[in-house]
Design a binder for this molecule. Sequence first.
Ligand code: NAP
Length: 450
Amino acid sequence: MIEYRNLRVALLGAGNVGAQVASMLLEHGTELAERAGAGLELVGIAVRDPRAKRHAELPSELFTTDAEQLIAGADIVIELMGGLEPARSHILHALNSGADVITGNKALLATHGAELFETAEQVGAQLYYEAAVAGAIPIIRPLRESLAGDHITRIMGIVNGTTNFILDRMSRLGETQEQALAVATELGYAEADPTADVDGFDAAQKAAILAGLAFHTNVPLESVYREGIRGITLEQVESAARAGHVLKLLAICERIEAADGSEGVSARVYPALIPDSHPLAAVHGAKNAVFIEADAAGDLMFYGAGAGGRETASAVLGDVVSAARRHVIGGPGIAESHGATVTVLPIDQIVTRYSVRLRVNDRPGVLATVATVFAEHGVSVETVEQTVAHPDAELGDVLADAVPGESGSTATLVIGTHRAAEAALAATVTALAANDAVRAVDSVLRVEGI
Ligand code: NAP
């Protein structure tokens, strides 16, 4: 029988993910030792309340409230507490003590990642974070290692399961956002306060991490443009379906050209329309997927469970095995590749397609007026869909210049554009809102994946 060197593993947190990690480490220790080339001894679990009920049966003697003492004697520290502090301080302590660290904490990485990676590099330790983006889906390692020799041009990800679950129910079951959110809360997909998911904060943190990895640069969280799904109505979802589109909350990381011709990158989160035929359109329920476009590899898609205690524990344990192998082999950790000097550009520099929904006076000549406003701002119209809100109004009044419309009735125009600069589109929308023919600009949605 092979005698393995023993590595001491400290776990911080035993909640949804931590309890599963502990249980799997204890259950599959021997098997993992063979894969890692080292014994993995779980030496303790730091929590707030050692007597609290856990999601798995775990030996009570492992629990402690003294995280610092636990870290001091560990070779590998797994941080699954969440939040910024004390998680940040614990990770810094662990790295500075020579331990490799594994975390699933996207909020911490998106906020203090630069400091943590720098510390790891300085001390020759390694920080692993496969669980921080898209739960069980292997996406960090493919970006960091498998695609390190390629040139990634674009990433589009459905990286928040809660919002995908909500939008999917709106689209497939005709529920309102409130109804779908209530189901998500009941099933445990949404927190009591759904702000982090619904307003896109969670997806923005993941976009910052993905963009940094893909473009080998540091992407601060503040530079990620963010819009959530809060304002999305069933009407918009249904209108999207009529146009052969589906609405998804997307995290997009893209190489773009700045106005001065220099190379830049964009990281952004917003609800966007994608064609029914796009692979991301088939991502239903609370599932996640990340679609990558690379120069040599072409299009790649990674799909699976974006959350869940046991599912996420799979990603954490993969990192544990990698960390253990590194300890066995020795040598310094591989530094995060953040050396590229590309600027993160603001949202007004992106170029994409748009779907603009307007409420207009239902009278002759309005379409021509609206089309002129688009043309004046250099935005080319590709499609027009009209619905008449006034029950008595004739469909087509707005489109046919010669037919007089009823005074006071309104029509809804949904205008699809060709690719246009965000700044030009924003100017168009401002001009439309000020135009007498337009009663309201109801929504502006970007169209991606065409
Ligand atoms: P959770 O259920 O809230 O568990 C947090 C654990 O950390 C609890 O055991 C808690 O102890 C402990 N803890 C929190 N603050 C502490 C403190 N100050 N001192 C000591 N212990 C403390 O969290 P989770 O869902 O497992 O998530 C853990 C991490 O994984 C987060 O960063 C999250 O973003 C990430 N993640 C989660 C998922 C998922 O599906 N849940 C997916 C991907 C990534 P008590 O139990 O005693 O209160």
